[in-house]
Design a protein around this ligand. Structure first.
Ligand code: HEM
Length: 569
């Protein structure tokens, strides 16, 4: 029911020596690391034992046996395709599952709606990000919003907010539509030279270019030219970045990330010559140069009283009116730009990939959507308009149903990693029975407990979405219950796809308009169908869930679909 799209242990093994959170150095390849690692392991082991006997425990919660004492269940959790272990454990043990970390440490995998509401919303900053995960954010994007926590996060977010309101996002629709037209023109050119006006296209690579151009223009008023120039250096650096640096981590890299202190990870990220770390550093350097120039020119424009409506201009303006204590530093400003660049480009591109895949799989859904698009287009022309506006996009119920269902079924970010900042008590939606046979309605947890918040498993929770939660069915959004099921959690369809609470995706409105505008353009102009290679498709778990092909994961995102010109009556 929720099998991986394609799985092969041998590929994982082959990959295990090649990939890693950039920090995936092989243990034996670093002469002194094994001694240091052994000592740290010993200390960590002793500390774990001490903590285990002196603090609140969650060991009475049911969950899978550890694969090994050293790594617990982490290899399965981090090496599988996105969501696969989450769905399996949810089915076997329920919505709160005890999983094992290193050295027998207990962690929780959570998909219970009330527990998630408490962690994301009620607790505020009561659950902080895992330090080793924020280190990944720092390497890829700098000390920006995705890295920050607590008061620093609150301060940064306040300055960022003005660029991401509803009116600001609506105003970007013409930009998204222009990018869509450029994509259409490129695909039309390609198809014109094929005999039956049809070709197999890696739509993932094109969508990645399209979202880079969208975010460049809307966020920075900058033309990356990613669609126009296939040799674009910037695009080349970003392409495959996630799968290269985060895809299928080896056991040794999982061990390193889990055990090593952050300062050691920082040293490795700075000096290691591993290919993927070099890739991450190269991308960071390019992004730093571009964003530095942009921030300077926006500040100059502001001084001359020439404001613009792109996100960066709004950010520079908002920052200028903050007092010195709360103002973003130059380093923080550059980090926000790199954060928007990566967070705003990969996520939207990958979301659109999964939408197009499901449309290719469900040709009836595709046809119905095209019908709605063309009916809306006719209405636009009838009123003398020339293109879809934000309110046209907002008033297409079937489009909304298809997007919500795709984002439910394939959330671009499938897990969130947090740890409790204090001893706490997590409320539960329904009682769970502990291993001792006791039924509990809330769960006391110790400070420092690591939890994996499963966006993927919550989005397929049968209590919320019904017995057919593991099936793709846009019609569920057109029924009466729609999105009014379960406790309030997410901003879009009450899904967790954009997370929730103080850390809700700041770009969610931007993303919805961008995805709507581009999907409307593509479905209006092209018909999509499956290719034999889709049999090898993987939901690659690299923080963002990107489509790759089995055996070619390191080549980056890949979604080969047959694209043909969509006929008009
Ligand atoms: C469909 C597309 C998108 C999805 C599914 C998505 C999902 C998410 C999720 C789940 C988070 C929380 C991550 C965490 O706390 O670790 C997040 C945060 C964030 N997203 Fe998005 N995102 C999308 C598009 C965008 C876009 C287009 C932008 C910017 C233009 C953006 C900018 C950000 C930023 C800056 C954060 C950090 C927010 C904070 O911590 O306060 N995202 N996103």
């Amino acid at each position: 029911m929720f099998e991986p799209l394609y799985s092969s242990n041998s590929t994982l093994l082959r990959l295990s020596n090649a990939s890693l959170f950039g920090l995936s150095m092989e243990l034996q390849s670093v002469p002194n690391t094994s001694t240091v690692g052994l000592l740290l392991s010993l200390l960590a082991g002793l500390y774990t034992l001490y903590r285990r006997y002196t603090r609140i425990s969650v060991s009475h919660i049911a969950g899978p046996e550890a694969e090994s004492f050293l790594l617990g269940n982490l290899p399965e959790l981090f090496q599988s395709q996105a969501g696969v272990p989450d769905f399996k454990y949810q089915e076997m043990y329920g919505d709160v599952v005890r999983v094992k970390g290193p050295f027998g440490e207990d962690r929780l995998l959570i998909s219970d709606p009330k527990a998630l509401q408490y962690i994301f919303h009620t607790s505020g900053y009561g659950f902080l990000k895992w330090p080793e995960r924020t280190e990944i954010s720092r390497i890829l994007m700098g000390r920006g919003l995705l890295w920050a926590d607590g008061n620093i996060h609150r301060r940064q977010r306040k300055v960022m907010m003005p660029g991401f309101g509803a009116p600001e996002s609506k105003a970007f629709v013409p930009i998204f539509r222009r990018v869509g037209s450029e994509l259409t023109a490129q695909w039309n050119d390609m198809l014109a030279s094929s005999p039956d006006q049809s070709d197999i296209i890696n739509v993932a690579s094109w969508l990645s270019r399209a979202t880079m151009d969208s975010v460049g223009e809307a966020a920075f008023d900058y033309q990356f030219g990613a669609l126009a120039n296939l040799d674009n250096e910037f695009m080349k650096a970003y392409f495959g970045l996630m799968s290269d640096t985060l895809g299928s981590p080896s056991r040794s890299s999982i061990f390193m990330q889990t055990i090593l202190p952050v300062w050691a990870l920082q040293l490795m990220s700075k000096y290691s010559q591993r290919r993927n770390l070099v890739h991450a550093r190269h991308t960071a350097k390019l992004a730093d140069a571009v964003t530095r120039n942009l921030v300077e020119s926006k500040a100059e424009a502001l001084l001359q009283g020439k404001g613009n409506k792109d996100i960066l201009s709004l950010l520079v303006k908002a920052n200028a009116s903050e007092d010195a204590a709360t103002r973003l530093t130059e380093e923080e400003m550059l980090a926000q730009m790199r954060t928007i660049l990566l967070a705003g480009h990969e996520t939207s591109a990958t979301t659109m990939c999964w939408v197009l895949l499901e449309l290719a799989r469900h040709t009836d859904v595709q046809a119905k959507l095209r019908q709605e698009i063309r009916a809306t287009e006719q209405a636009i022309h009838a009123r003398g308009g020339s293109d879809f506006t934000a309110s046209d996009l907002d008033n297409m119920p079937y489009l909304a149903a298809v997007l919500k269902e795709s984002m439910r079924y394939h959330p671009a970010l499938y897990q969130n990693y947090r740890q409790s900042a204090r001893d706490d008590v997590i409320p539960l939606s329904k009682p769970i029975t502990t291993k001792n046979g006791e039924a509990i309605t809330s769960l006391p947890i110790p400070k420092g407990l690591k939890v994996i918040l499963s966006i993927a498993a919550y989005n397929r929770n049968k209590e919320i979405f019904g017995e057919d939660a593991h099936q793709f069915n846009p019609e569920r959004w057109l029924q009466e219950a729609g999105e009014k099921r379960g406790p309030t959690l997410g901003v879009y369809g009450n899904l967790l796809t954009f997370a929730g609470g103080v850390r809700t995706c700041i770009g969610w409105r931007f993303a919805i308009y961008e995805v709507q505008a581009l999907i409307v353009e593509i479905v209006n102009n092209f018909e999509l169908s499956l290719t034999p290679d889709i049999e090898r498709l993987r939901r690659e778990a690299c923080l963002v869930m990107i489509p790759t092909l089995e055996g070619q994961q390191l080549e980056g995102e890949n979604l080969p679909l047959r694209v043909s010109i969509a006929q008009r009556d």
